[in-house]
Design a protein around this ligand. Structure first.
Ligand code: AMP
Length: 144
């Protein structure tokens, strides 16, 4: 299975990004309103400048306290973002996410952001694939 298949299986392909310079209070409002745990930071909705997860905010608050709320997304985001392409196999992307201990993977095609895969999306797709393979194997053994 390819990452493109995982994206196509998602109920919604809407991707939430914020521009560099966005205030942390606005980011928190976006995370709460959209019921999500991360935003991609992008100047134009295409180029990936960074990624900010709720974990980055929690860690920054533990370090410096409520002052974080007066900062901007650029100060706390991860700038070195690992992305994947839509034609990459799911297995490899799942391994990259588990090895790197992060739960979000922006999907980039021709230099532009086209979606975001969560660890949950990837695990669900892999389980569906395994169930399909197991059913096909059983059918073969039973001679159906
Ligand atoms: P997460 O598990 O996705 O909430 O993120 C855990 C940590 O990894 C946070 O510091 C994120 O900024 C960072 N992170 C999340 N996704 C990525 C990614 N695709 N590439 C690099 N770092 C990431």
């Amino acid at each position: 299975m390819k990452i493109r298949d995982v994206l196509n299986a998602k109920p919604s392909r809407a991707l939430v990004s914020v521009a560099p310079g966005t205030g942390i209070r606005d980011v928190l409002n976006t995370l709460a309103a959209e019921k999500i745990g991360t935003v991609v930071v992008s100047p134009d909705g295409k180029a990936v400048a960074g990624i900010l997860s709720e974990r980055d905010i929690v860690r920054a608050m533990a370090r410096t306290g409520a002052e974080v709320l007066n900062g901007t997304v650029d100060e706390f985001m991860t700038a070195n973002v690992i992305t994947c392409a839509p034609d990459e196999p799911l297995d490899g992307v799942l391994a990259t996410m588990t090895d790197g201990r992060f739960r979000h993977m922006p999907v980039v095609e021709d230099g532009a952001l086209i979606g975001l895969i969560t660890l949950g999306d990837a695990v669900k797709a892999r389980l569906d694939e395994l169930a399909y393979e197991s059913d096909a194997m059983k059918d073969m053994i039973m001679g159906h």
